[in-house]
Write a protein of this length. Structure first.
Length: 104
Protein backbone atom coordinates (compact mmCIF):
# COMPACT_ATOMS: atom_id res chain seq x y z
CA UNK A 1 0.00 0.00 0.00
CA UNK A 2 1.03 3.56 -0.68
CA UNK A 3 0.44 5.92 2.25
CA UNK A 4 -0.58 9.51 1.38
CA UNK A 5 -1.17 12.50 3.64
CA UNK A 6 -2.13 16.07 2.84
CA UNK A 7 -3.35 19.30 4.36
CA UNK A 8 -6.49 21.11 3.16
CA UNK A 9 -8.30 24.16 4.51
CA UNK A 10 -11.92 24.50 5.63
CA UNK A 11 -13.57 27.87 6.27
CA UNK A 12 -13.81 28.61 9.99
CA UNK A 13 -17.61 28.99 9.98
CA UNK A 14 -18.13 25.74 8.04
CA UNK A 15 -16.75 23.06 10.38
CA UNK A 16 -20.12 21.58 11.28
CA UNK A 17 -21.38 21.55 7.70
CA UNK A 18 -18.14 20.00 6.45
CA UNK A 19 -18.49 17.19 8.99
CA UNK A 20 -22.20 16.74 8.24
CA UNK A 21 -21.56 16.35 4.52
CA UNK A 22 -18.90 13.74 5.16
CA UNK A 23 -21.12 11.92 7.66
CA UNK A 24 -23.64 11.69 4.80
CA UNK A 25 -21.13 11.01 2.01
CA UNK A 26 -22.85 9.82 -1.14
CA UNK A 27 -22.71 6.04 -1.62
CA UNK A 28 -21.63 6.56 -5.24
CA UNK A 29 -18.67 8.65 -4.05
CA UNK A 30 -17.62 5.92 -1.62
CA UNK A 31 -17.91 3.33 -4.40
CA UNK A 32 -15.76 5.42 -6.76
CA UNK A 33 -13.10 5.95 -4.09
CA UNK A 34 -12.89 2.19 -3.62
CA UNK A 35 -12.79 1.55 -7.38
CA UNK A 36 -9.80 3.88 -7.51
CA UNK A 37 -7.99 1.96 -4.78
CA UNK A 38 -8.55 4.10 -1.67
CA UNK A 39 -8.41 2.42 1.75
CA UNK A 40 -8.33 3.69 5.34
CA UNK A 41 -9.24 7.23 4.30
CA UNK A 42 -9.48 9.61 7.26
CA UNK A 43 -9.77 13.38 7.58
CA UNK A 44 -9.02 15.23 10.83
CA UNK A 45 -9.75 18.86 11.72
CA UNK A 46 -7.53 21.26 13.66
CA UNK A 47 -10.06 23.90 14.74
CA UNK A 48 -7.37 26.35 15.82
CA UNK A 49 -5.94 26.64 12.31
CA UNK A 50 -8.88 25.50 10.11
CA UNK A 51 -6.58 22.88 8.65
CA UNK A 52 -7.74 19.45 7.60
CA UNK A 53 -5.29 16.58 7.76
CA UNK A 54 -6.17 13.82 5.29
CA UNK A 55 -4.65 10.34 5.28
CA UNK A 56 -5.33 7.43 2.97
CA UNK A 57 -3.75 4.29 1.66
CA UNK A 58 -3.70 3.57 -2.06
CA UNK A 59 -3.27 0.48 -4.16
CA UNK A 60 -1.81 2.37 -7.13
CA UNK A 61 -0.81 6.03 -7.59
CA UNK A 62 -1.78 6.19 -11.27
CA UNK A 63 -5.19 4.66 -10.60
CA UNK A 64 -5.75 7.19 -7.78
CA UNK A 65 -4.88 10.14 -10.03
CA UNK A 66 -7.69 9.07 -12.38
CA UNK A 67 -10.21 9.66 -9.56
CA UNK A 68 -10.06 13.42 -10.14
CA UNK A 69 -11.34 12.94 -13.69
CA UNK A 70 -14.55 11.15 -12.67
CA UNK A 71 -17.94 12.82 -12.86
CA UNK A 72 -18.77 12.00 -9.23
CA UNK A 73 -15.50 13.49 -7.96
CA UNK A 74 -16.11 16.73 -9.86
CA UNK A 75 -19.67 16.81 -8.52
CA UNK A 76 -18.36 16.30 -4.94
CA UNK A 77 -15.80 19.07 -5.36
CA UNK A 78 -18.53 21.47 -6.53
CA UNK A 79 -20.66 20.44 -3.53
CA UNK A 80 -17.79 21.07 -1.10
CA UNK A 81 -16.44 24.24 -2.76
CA UNK A 82 -18.42 26.72 -0.61
CA UNK A 83 -16.89 25.20 2.54
CA UNK A 84 -13.20 25.09 1.61
CA UNK A 85 -10.30 26.82 -0.02
CA UNK A 86 -10.41 25.56 -3.61
CA UNK A 87 -8.64 25.84 -6.93
CA UNK A 88 -10.28 27.14 -10.12
CA UNK A 89 -11.59 23.62 -10.94
CA UNK A 90 -13.23 23.35 -7.46
CA UNK A 91 -10.61 20.84 -6.29
CA UNK A 92 -9.49 21.49 -2.71
CA UNK A 93 -6.31 23.45 -2.21
CA UNK A 94 -4.10 20.67 -0.93
CA UNK A 95 -0.53 20.42 0.32
CA UNK A 96 0.96 16.96 -0.04
CA UNK A 97 3.04 15.88 2.93
CA UNK A 98 6.24 13.90 2.76
CA UNK A 99 6.43 10.81 4.93
CA UNK A 100 9.42 11.00 7.27
CA UNK A 101 8.66 8.11 9.64
CA UNK A 102 6.63 4.91 9.60
CA UNK A 103 6.30 2.17 12.22
CA UNK A 104 4.38 -0.96 11.35
Amino acid sequence: MIRKASIMFVHRDCYDEYKRRHDEIWPEMVAELKVHGAHNYSIFLDKETSRLFAYLELEDEEKWLQMSETTICKKWWAYMEPLMETNADNSPVSINLEEVFYLE
